[in-house]
Design a protein around this ligand. Sequence first.
Ligand code: XMP
Length: 510
Amino acid sequence: MQEKIIILDFGSQYTQLIARRVREQNIYCEIHPFNKIPELDSGLKGVILSGSPFSVRDENNPVPELDKFPKDIPVLGVCYGAQFLAQVNGGDVYPSETREYGRANLSFVDTENILMKGVSEGSQVWMSHGDTINVPPNGAKIICSTEDVEVAGYQFDNSNIFGIQFHPEVYHTKDGATLLSNFLVDICGCIQDWTPASFVDTTIADLKAKLGNDRVVLGLSGGVDSSVAAMLLHKAIGKNLYCIFVNNGLLRKNEFSSVLEQYKGLGLNVKGVDASNKFYTALADLSDPEKKRKAIGNAFIEVFDEESHLIENVTWLAQGTIYPDVIESISVTGGPSATIKSHHNVGGLPDYMKLKIVEPLRSLFKDEVRRVGKAMGLSPELLGRHPFPGPGLAIRILGDVTAEKVRLLQEVDAIFINSLKSSGLYDSVWQAGVMLLPVKSVGVMGDERTYENAVALRAVESTDGMTADWVHLPYEFLAKVSNDIINKVVGVNRVVYDISSKPPATIEWE
Ligand code: XMP
């Protein structure tokens, strides 16, 4: 049975970070909303209660049904989690005089305590709370304090239930990894056997058992997620995996042929379908970003549906959905989250396709997907590729899309991306691309006045695409790229660099 830690989410901005820190210790964990405790099995080793934007004193504060967990299961409450456990067990939680946010230092540490082993006195911790536990809960002893917060951590007597007011998952908490490891390994008894290689082995075995001799169809995009998902399925069911790679005419320069070759080289059973004209027709005269996305989405579904009907007896659709897609689609507060751009895979299956869904990467973060890919021997080139949006260059061509504009943007994009690669900058950038602007501007070439297109280069750093900052590319590099573009691509006479962060901007312009 796979050992597992459950993180109950009360809506903290740091919940995903807790999951990452647990997994960094080679321990599998899952995040669940506080009010949706999943079915439990004997693999459960411990529970972590996250922080929250709510106060335990709020009228509608989140209240988990902790008695659904086995009585002796170790529990670590973090921030709100600690305040909640304190409050329901006779402790006192008060609003702090001042909201405590930022660095503090531990002025007292009970070094004999199993949770605090190796955490040193004076060690820096990261606080972020508006409430403080003034009086520890009944039957609990204080295990650490800061100057301002006496009950910075506590343990219930004779039990493995702990609360800490600071955030061990944040890097600024110097001994945070030690504290988490004490909880996970010494208290919960985890054996830390969750590695990329073990994930590959168990997933292949699970896929074999689940799919048997069934046929599966998968849409490859050339990106990391669908490629890694395909390799796992390929190893599990071989030729029963039918991959379809659609050229929507909106890919990067030469990408369709080069990626198709790469897939064939990996032994995948892949069919390349050139449907460029269908997509250009669907996009004709559309300028609105959401209408463009919808038109592309619909065209893709049509092509994909047509192609999958050509495969006899196919019963499964495989998708490269990853964990952030899954948790983003769950809202802790139950309210609908705003749709900023319609680009999530979850729930996007048209009814008439009537296929069962298999998502082998559903539990992994992006960097874990890359490590799994590496464990299966996928090339660094494929695994290191920048994310690229499904609607491709169509949402980087502002306004209406034509085959000619795509060709122009492909040329410019290729110069930018190849220059990043040849200067050794590509891997330090999370995502880069070029926007073709719906503006013409005046320039001069030789003795001639020109009136041509402007393009905007975009390069951002990010960890998950949710927030991003523009990369401070060297001026010399930008100067050379700009020069190359204007000299080599007929039709472009001006290059600008986008220095907006997300938020308030987004990565793509549409
Ligand atoms: P934004 O522009 O929302 O982009 O900051 C965040 C990340 O999502 C990608 N993106 C898309 N991916 N279909 C996709 O598959 C889309 O419609 C889409 N829009 C944006 C974007 O490239 C970035 O990685």
